[in-house]
Design a protein around this ligand. Structure first.
Ligand code: SAM
Ligand code: SF4
Length: 334
């Protein structure tokens, strides 16, 4: 058993890890072109961590000083009974921020339950406000459902609802101003994300579709005044505020602005692989640990501590090269 005293995870480079992103499923009701290939083979259910195993790992991380957990996927809200996991994590003393990232499609029926389970903030992915373009990017998504999901999240009373938009040249780069206006009009923040080369996709050439954060910023500056801020949410975003509305605009720019020096996070895949870096393969198999020593929190805790010695210095994404990271974002947990 672990004692009540709280530890702290520190890697070889002195970076404190206090944030864990947990992917609870690789499945999804969408097939976004930058995230998945059109035909995907999903993992057999038996290889996924159970909700109880996920809760046990989450609890151990919190005992090791983690204060923020993001539940993601795949689409986290399509995992059966996932609310139970949110409730278990939401009840952990020491966990300051329980948050989630979703495509929004299930929020009309689940937003309230998430809020009641202790989720403080939600990020909702929205790449286009045009139903046809939205369908092209998500391959199967229905914009109306996602907009209803955003409304449901705003009504449920989360501390903050933020939009995430992956911007691709010639797909949706012409919508950045509209997306910012949409967010501002509803009191939401918005982050613009550069596409990352995770997994082999068949829809487009990632280098050709690259649209940098600096280009997005210039587009926004045609209409708004962007004021740089030093705000941080403990993530890789650089933030600005719109002078006109106060809306916070984030840029996640793995290519143009490397954020590794301040990395404070690790990721747990839905199969229980603890990934020490989004852009590298260094990992530890926590599923093996929880399944071979059920209930042994001490062994789990030691395995997590030991993993700090292999956290790499940083990623080396290269859009022009063949992807070195073969796992898709839905497995990794974006
Ligand atoms: N299904 C949920 C969603 O779409 O919000 C959660 C999982 S998704 C993998 C998390 C975030 O990763 C989304 O904002 C999505 O747009 C982003 N994403 C997926 N693939 C990406 C890629 N190759 N490059 C950059 N962002 C990506
Ligand atoms: Fe699904 Fe999210 Fe990937 Fe889109 S980005 S396919 S919604 S997991």
């Amino acid at each position: 058993m672990l004692t009540e005293s709280r530890d702290c995870l520190v890697d070889r480079f002195g970076r404190v890890v206090n944030y864990v992103r947990i992917s609870v499923t690789d499945r999804c009701d969408f097939r976004c072109v930058y995230c998945m290939a059109e035909e995907m083979e999903f993992l057999p259910r038996s290889s996924l961590l159970s909700l109880e195993e996920l809760a046990q790992i989450g609890q151990t991380f919190v005992q090791l000083g983690v204060t923020k957990i993001r539940i993601t996927g795949g689409e986290p809200l399509v995992r059966r009974n996932v609310i139970k996991l949110f409730r278990d994590l939401g009840a952990l003393p020491g966990l300051r921020e329980l948050v989630t990232t979703t495509n929004g499609s299930q929020l009309p029926k689940m937003a309230r339950a998430l809020r009641d389970a202790g989720v403080r903030r939600v990020n909702i992915s929205l790449d286009s406000l045009d139903a046809e373009k939205f369908r092209r990017i998500t391959r199967v998504g229905d914009l109306r459902k996602v907009l209803a999901g955003i409304d449901a999240a705003l009504e449920a009373g989360f501390e903050r609802v933020k939009l995430n938009a992956v911007i691709l040249k010639n797909r949706n780069h012409d919508e950045v101003v509209e997306l910012a206006r949409f967010a501002a009009g509803r009191g939401m923040d918005i982050s613009f994300i550069e596409e990352m080369p995770l997994g082999v996709i068949d829809d487009h050439d990632r280098a050709e579709a690259y649209y940098s954060s600096d280009q997005i910023r210039q587009d926004l500056e045609q209409v708004f005044t962007l004021i740089p801020t030093t705000e941080s949410t403990g993530g890789p975003s650089r933030y600005f505020r719109l002078a006109e509305t106060g809306t916070r605009i984030g840029f996640i720019s793995p290519h143009s602005h490397n954020f590794c020096d301040h990395c404070n996070r690790v990721r747990l895949t839905c199969e229980g692989r603890l990934l020490l870096c989004l852009g590298q393969e260094h990992s530890v198999d926590l599923r093996e640990v929880v399944r071979s020593s059920p209930g042994d929190m001490g062994r789990l805790s030691q395995a997590i501590r030991d993993s700090m010695s292999i956290k790499p210095k940083g990623h080396d994404f290269d859009l022009g090269a063949q992807p070195v990271i073969l796992r898709h974002m839905n497995v990794t947990g974006g």
